[in-house]
Design a protein around this ligand. Structure first.
Ligand SMILES: [Zn+2]
Length: 167
């Protein structure tokens, strides 16, 4: 095992490299119970009842692809502790129905391991990002959705983003 879970400055418990990890190395499987759509909703409702807010589903289950999810809340799955970052050093790569946390670059022992959670834009307000990177867009949103998010944020609070308005 090349990673361990411990306290993170980003959020709660994070995942950290305990030895060097090479670029493109799939070093940790995201394990858990595979669920189809029906099982996902059954379990989601039995966990949350009606007390959920939009976006909870993304936090709770890992979407492998449409119609296939992993409930990673099992003790052997330390990959669930990996935080999101806007400048991530890992990515979740699919191998059939399995998900592997894979290094995007060479990683040193002690670095926090992060990946892009790829949350959809529509629920962004429920998932503020605290990754602290200079490129942080403020919310946990899939990389390709971030330019759209920026436009929304600028429209809502132009003064915050130093946008010059012309009349
Ligand atoms: Zn961020």
């Amino acid at each position: 095992m090349k990673a361990e879970a411990r306290h993170s400055e980003i959020h709660g418990t994070g995942l950290f490299a305990i030895e060097e990890i090479e670029k493109d190395e799939p070093f940790l499987e995201y394990v858990g119970n595979h669920l189809n759509d029906e099982q996902l909703w059954d379990q989601f409702y039995s966990t949350y009842g009606d007390n959920y807010k939009p976006g909870d589903l993304h936090v709770w289950a890992f979407e492998v692809r449409e119609g296939l999810y992993i409930d990673g809340d099992v003790p052997e799955n330390i990959a669930k502790f990996a935080n999101h970052s806007c400048e991530e050093n890992c990515e979740a790569i699919l191998d059939g129905d399995q998900v592997w946390i894979t290094a995007k670059r060479d990683i040193l022992a002690g670095e926090e391991l992060t990946f892009d959670y790829r949350f959809p834009l529509r629920d962004f307000l429920y998932h503020p990002c605290r990754c602290g990177k200079s490129k942080c867009c403020g919310y946990i949103v899939a990389k390709e959705e971030r330019p759209k998010l920026k436009k929304i944020l600028m429209r809502q609070a132009p003064h915050k983003y130093r946008l010059k308005t012309t009349k």
